[in-house]
Design a protein around this ligand. Structure first.
Ligand SMILES: [Mg+2]
Length: 300
């Protein structure tokens, strides 16, 4: 696993690195608080060993920033300090650190504490993954979609980038369940999610939004780019009937697209794409809205 050591003392970094490399971990080092925060964001380590006493930004301050950052708050922190002062330990643990080790540390104790922290991190990762995955399609679920939408929205706002969303809904899905049963219905969902995923770029992210509805986030994509992709997805789904057991099912889906250029917040992006999806349903299904020739506002 990957461990980030943040310490202003070159000796302390060297010793900790030597102790932990022996366990087979990848070690990265930062000589100050701000560099540590930057590296944490860039490298997404599994654990941070954080010196308390550092010039400029103290370890406590670094920990405060980590724990208040949506993207970094789950990385466990072990404080490493020359002070065994009980008050400091209380502050460190109350800031959200998982452990507090005093220097000079015993090599075996440090390794054992790191192992314990990494065990907890692994369990936490497994539980988190489970909580974010739809077991039927193995796509991210609604919660994962909401998290990613928030993340992509703020990234797009920060760097002034475009962000588009495609909402897709399988047509007459209730009829499929009624006619063929839920097991076939479930298989349709799995097959359709595969067909959709197969057409996406690596940076696109598809989620099972709910029931038979899928949401695909397209970073750095314009509305017209999203519409073009949605048209390909639409054609791909209805191109060939699904062969499930001895049943042949003609399946189609309707699509709505929207872009961050036309709305002010992530909820409105979903609302706008959903609105277009309902337009597509109203227009007879198996199609994409908005129409690509329709005037698109604020397009770059
Ligand atoms: Mg120090």
């Amino acid at each position: 696993m990957r461990i980030l050591i943040v310490d202003d003392s070159v000796d302390a970094r060297t010793v900790a690195k030597a102790r932990l490399s022996a366990e087979g971990h990848e070690i990265i080092c930062a000589e100050g608080g701000q560099i540590g925060l930057d590296l944490a964001a860039k490298e997404n380590p599994d654990l941070i060993l954080l010196d308390v006493d550092m010039p400029g930004m103290s370890g406590f301050e670094v920990c405060r920033k980590l724990k208040s950052n949506d993207e970094l708050h789950l990385i466990p922190v072990i404080f490493v300090s020359g002070s065994g002062d009980a008050g400091d330990k209380v502050i460190g643990l109350d800031l959200g650190a998982i452990d507090y080790v005093t220097k000079p540390f015993d090599a075996f104790e440090l390794r054992a504490r790191v192992r314990a922290a990494l065990r907890t991190k692994r369990l936490q990762d497994i539980l988190r993954d489970k909580a974010l995955i739809d077991p039927l399609t193995e796509l991210g679920n609604r919660r994962a979609f909401d998290e990613r939408l928030r993340l992509e929205w703020s990234r797009a706002a920060r760097y002034n980038l475009q962000l588009a969303l495609i909402m897709a809904d399988i047509d007459h899905f209730k009829d499929i369940n009624d006619q063929y049963g839920h097991q076939i219905g479930d298989e349709v969902l799995r097959r359709i999610s595969c067909r959709l995923s197969a057409c996406l770029r690596e940076c696109d992210a598809i989620y099972r939004y709910g029931g038979e509805e899928f949401g695909t986030l397209l970073p750095e994509t314009s509305l017209s780019g999203a519409i073009e992709l949605a048209q390909r997805l639409c054609a791909q789904i209805s191109a060939e009937p699904l062969q499930i057991g001895n049943q042949t099912l003609k399946v189609s889906a309707s699509f709505g697209a929207a872009s961050n250029q036309d709305v002010n917040d992530p909820e409105s992006l979903v609302g706008a794409a959903d609105e277009q999806l309902y337009e597509a349903k109203g227009d007879g299904r198996n199609c994409v809205r908005p129409l690509i020739n329709a005037p698109v506002q604020n397009q770059r």
